[in-house]
Design a protein around this ligand. Structure first.
Ligand SMILES: Nc1ncnc2c1ncn2[C@@H]1O[C@H](COP(=O)(O)OP(=O)(O)OP(=O)(O)O)[C@@H](O)[C@H]1O
Ligand SMILES: [Mg+2]
Length: 386
C-alpha cells in the first residue's frame, strides 16, 4: 500500500503537467515503445500527435521524454516559436570540446578555417545547419550506444522556412538511419500547413496519432485510485457523477478531480482514517471545475475568434447535439457557401469537429453550455460584422 500523502492535491489541472495517472493512452505509448525497440527507420520514430486544446498533447511529449531518458537517451524538447531552428542548433552545441557552431541559415558548410563564398570562418567556428548539428550530436551518442529524441510542441505554428529546414533534417537523419526519434505535437491544422510545402513531403508520412477523449470506465478507475492513494474514499454515486462530469476530456478530469479532492480534504481536516467523499463535495467540485474550464479554455478560445466565427458557434449552441451545417447557415441568415467558409476556419482551429457529412459538433466539452450561459456577452462581441 502506498504511503498516504496528507497535504498535496494529486490532481494537476495545469497545462503540460503529468497527471497522477495517465489515462487511456496505452496504444500510443505502445506504438512509441515499439518504434524505439524496432530501431532506426521504424515508422513510429517520426510521429505527429494531434488533438484539441487540453487533450494531453504536451503531456504525451513529456511522457515520451521520460521513456527515452530511462533508456539513457538525450532529449531536446522545443516549442514552436520564432527562430526555432536556431534554438535547436544552439541546444545541439557540443557539451565538451573547443568549438562552437556558427549558425548562418544561408550556409551549410563545415570547415576548419578558411574562406568560402566570401564568408570566412575560424577553426573554432564550425558553420552548420540543423542536419549537421544533429549528426554531430548523434555521432557522440553512438559512442554511448544511445539515441536522441527531438520533440516539437505547438508544431502548427512553425514558420515556413523553419519547417523546411526541420523537414530536411528529419529526412536526412532518417535516410542515414540515425538513432533518433522526432515527435511533433500540435493542433490538427499543422497537417494542412505541411501540405503546402514541398520540403515537407517526407514528414507528412509521420505516424499519425490523434488524441481524443479517454474511456469513462478508465476515468472512473483512475479517479477512485487517485483518491484512495491519498486516504479519500470516492465510490458509488459520487464517483459516477464525477466521472460523467469529466466527459472523458483530460483537462476536465484534472479539474474535476482537483476541486472535489480539495473540498473533501478540507472537510476531513487532518483525519487519517479513510474518509468518504460526499455528493456535496462532488457537486460543488464540478461547479468550480466548470468555472475554471470556462475561464481557461472557452473564454480564451472565443477571444481568439472573429465576430462571424462566434456567430456561427452561437448558432450551433442552439442545438443539444451535433448541428446540421445548412440549418446553421439558415440561422445565420446566410447562404451555405458563406457559412462553410467559417465552418472551415473553425474546423482548422479545432474548435469544432465534423460529425459525418453536413454535421458539426463542438470539439471540447461544455463549450455549448458556456456559449448559452454567456450568450449575451458573446453576441455583443460578435456584433461588429453582424
Ligand atoms: N491521459 C491523461 N489522463 C489524465 N489527465 C491527462 C491526460 N493527458 C493530459 N491530462 C491532463 O490534461 C491537462 C492538459 O494536458 P496538456 O497540457 O498536455 O494538453 P494539450 O493537448 O497540450 O493542450 P494545449 O493544446 O492547450 O497545449 C493537464 O492538466 C494534464 O495533466
Ligand atoms: Mg500543449
Amino acid at each position: 500500500m502506498k504511503e498516504v500523502d496528507m497535504v498535496s492535491n494529486p490532481f494537476k489541472p495545469s497545462a503540460g503537467h503529468l497527471p497522477p495517472i495517465l489515462i487511456g493512452r496505452e496504444t500510443i505509448l505502445a506504438d512509441f515503445n515499439e518504434a524505439l525497440e524496432d530501431g532506426p527507420g521504424a515508422p513510429g520514430r517520426l510521429m505527429r500527435v494531434t488533438g484539441p486544446r487540453g487533450v494531453g498533447k504536451t503531456v504525451m511529449l513529456a511522457e515520451f521524454s521520460n521513456t527515452v531518458k530511462a533508456l539513457g537517451w538525450q532529449v531536446i524538447a522545443e516549442t514552436a516559436r520564432k527562430d526555432i531552428v536556431q534554438r535547436l542548433i544552439e541546444r545541439l552545441q557540443p557539451v565538451k570540446g573547443n568549438f562552437r557552431f556558427t549558425i548562418d541559415p544561408s550556409i551549410s558548410v563545415m570547415g576548419v578555417g578558411g574562406s568560402l563564398g566570401g564568408v570566412s570562418y575560424e577553426k573554432q567556428h564550425h558553420i552548420v545547419d540543423l542536419s549537421d548539428a544533429l549528426a554531430i550530436r548523434l555521432d557522440e551518442l553512438d559512442k554511448k550506444n544511445s539515441g536522441l529524441l527531438v520533440t516539437i510542441d505547438e508544431a502548427q505554428s512553425i514558420e515556413r522556412d523553419d519547417l523546411t529546414e526541420i523537414a530536411t533534417a528529419v529526412q536526412n537523419m532518417t535516410i542515414a538511419h540515425r538513432n533518433i526519434a522526432f515527435v511533433f505535437a500540435g493542433l490538427p491544422s499543422m497537417a494542412s500547413k505541411w501540405l503546402n510545402n514541398e520540403a515537407t513531403t517526407f514528414i507528412r508520412r509521420a505516424q499519425y496519432e490523434p488524441l481524443g477523449e479517454v474511456p469513462l470506465e478508465e476515468v472512473s478507475e483512475a479517479l477512485r485510485d487517485t483518491f484512495q492513494d491519498t486516504g479519500l474514499w470516492l465510490d458509488g454515486d459520487p464517483l459516477h457523477v464525477a466521472t460523467q462530469a469529466t466527459a472523458g476530456y483530460p483537462f476536465m478530469i484534472q479539474l474535476v478531480g482537483y476541486h472535489i479532492w480539495r473540498n473533501a480534504n478540507r472537510r476531513r481536516n487532518g483525519e487519517t482514517e479513510a474518509f468518504a467523499v460526499t455528493d456535496a463535495d462532488v457537486r460543488s467540485g464540478i461547479s468550480s471545475a466548470l468555472t475554471r474550464l470556462g475561464d481557461t479554455v472557452h473564454g480564451p478560445e472565443l477571444d481568439g475568434l472573429s465576430p462571424v466565427d462566434k456567430t456561427y458557434l452561437l448558432a450551433m449552441a442552439q442545438d443539444d447535439g451535433p448541428s446540421s451545417t445548412s440549418v446553421i447557415a439558415e440561422r445565420m441568415g446566410k447562404d451555405v457557401r458563406y457559412a462553410s467558409r467559417y465552418r472551415a476556419r473553425l474546423l482548422e482551429a479545432q474548435v469544432i469537429v465534423e460529425k459525418g457529412y453536413g454535421w458539426v459538433d463542438f470539439a471540447v466539452p461544455y463549450l455549448r453550455e458556456y456559449l448559452r450561459e454567456h450568450a449575451a456577452y458573446v453576441r455583443m462581441t460578435s456584433s461588429e460584422e453582424g
